[in-house]
Design a protein around this ligand. Structure first.
Ligand code: UFG
Length: 339
């Protein structure tokens, strides 16, 4: 079967493309390279032994997208292409709504007229906001996210539910917790542009001396050590969940399917625990200082991922230390490329 992977050269996208290729799917990538680099395509080929078809364009360009659907018999889509910086989305909300929602709608229009089903959407635990109870399962009530980025994820989910219902299609909404780590070959990983916002890329760059010290945003939260708690999920485990979710949609005999899964480990780790795990896993030091809380941060979020285990036969397998070891190997690879 042939799967369109939008954003397939990005962080989670590239790892998922490798897993799809390993499972004998044909892959067509559309990626505008706005937050990825062309060399990732070569890396995918090295890791998977196959080179996916690649088109570099912006999904808002409907006519180009239509040509891809004309040229290939597409059986499904995994839609990673989206802007994802929480802070930036507050400064440029229209760009976020335009990019994340128009591109989604353009693909769905093609799905509609060509009678294609099987759509997987990258959603986020951000749709739960600060949940009243932990762990968070799929029935935990959604809250309005603080950021425009988060709102595009919630709106994307609603668009897909309406689409599946009105046109009898199969969709899967995957709510990621905090993805971390890199491919065990160290050929694929996250490529943060500029100063990283996310914890693990910042920790990594601090350990390597690119950043002087890590700023820990707050140690006065109501958690065991006072720092905020998240559920850090290894990116290869996350990638594998996409293949399972896709296989389930394809195998389903129902006309309309709306699957929703939390993808996390089920275990919360504090910022200080992540720092310590990174230091232990890699035998390096991560200098840090405690700062004021970051605006918009929640205290705690970790998943109940039992539904994915029961229905997809998937669960996170990789430890925090192991994931952080791959991150460090990836950082060393990036530095060797630059030297
Ligand atoms: N943190 C620091 N210092 C840093 C970076 C982060 O202390 O330099 C802390 C944050 O305050 C937070 C934790 O590390 O407590 C994790 O922060 P991240 O930015 O890595 O991740 P978030 O949980 O804030 O954001 C993630 C995704 C978003 C998504 C959000 C939903 O990156 O895409 O979860 O809650 F919207």
């Amino acid at each position: 079967m042939t799967i369109l992977v939008t954003g397939g050269l990005g962080y989670i996208g590239s790892h998922t493309v490798v897993e799809l290729l390993k499972n004998n799917f044909q892959v067509i990538i559309v990626d505008d390279l706005s937050n990825s680099e062309k060399f990732i395509l070569d890396s995918i080929e090295k890791v998977a032994g196959k080179r996916p078809v690649f088109f570099p364009f912006d999904l808002k360009r409907k006519e180009l997208l239509s040509q891809v659907f004309d040229a290939y018999q597409i059986d499904g889509c995994i839609n990673f292409a989206a802007y994802k910086a929480v802070g930036e989305s507050q400064e440029k909300p229209l760009d976020y709504y335009e990019n994340n929602l128009f591109s989604l709608i353009n693909i769905l229009q093609e799905f509609k007229v060509r009678n294609i089903s099987n759509f997987i959407f990258s959603s986020s635990c951000t749709v739960y906001g600060q949940a009243d109870e932990q762990p968070i399962d799929e029935n935990t009530p959604l809250k309005t996210p603080e950021s425009s980025y988060g709102k595009t994820k919630q709106m994307g989910e609603e668009i897909l539910k309406d689409f599946a219902t009105a046109h009898q299609r199969k969709v899967s909404l995957l709510r990621y917790f905090n993805p971390i780590g890199a491919h065990p070959t160290a050929l694929l990983g996250e490529l943060p542009i500029g100063v990283p916002n996310n914890l693990v890329p910042y920790v990594t760059q601090t350990a390597s001396g690119i950043r002087e010290k890590l700023n820990i945003w707050g140690n006065d939260y109501e958690t065991e050590d006072g720092t905020a708690v998240r559920d850090y999920i290894y990116v290869v485990d996350l990638a594998k969940a996409h293949v399972k979710a896709l296989q389930k949609l394809i195998a389903s005999n129902e006309d309309t399917v709306i699957d929703i899964y939390n993808l996390g480990t089920g275990k919360g780790s504090s910022v200080l625990e992540v720092v310590e795990a990174f230091e232990t896993a890699n035998d390096v030091k991560v200098p840090y200082q405690i700062c004021e809380r970051r605006a918009g941060d929640i205290t705690i979020a970790y998943a109940n991922a039992d539904k994915a285990e029961k229905e997809l036969g998937w669960k996170a397998e990789t430890s925090l230390e192991e994931a952080l070891r791959t991150t460090w190997e990836w950082q060393k690879y990036l530095e060797s490329r630059n030297s």
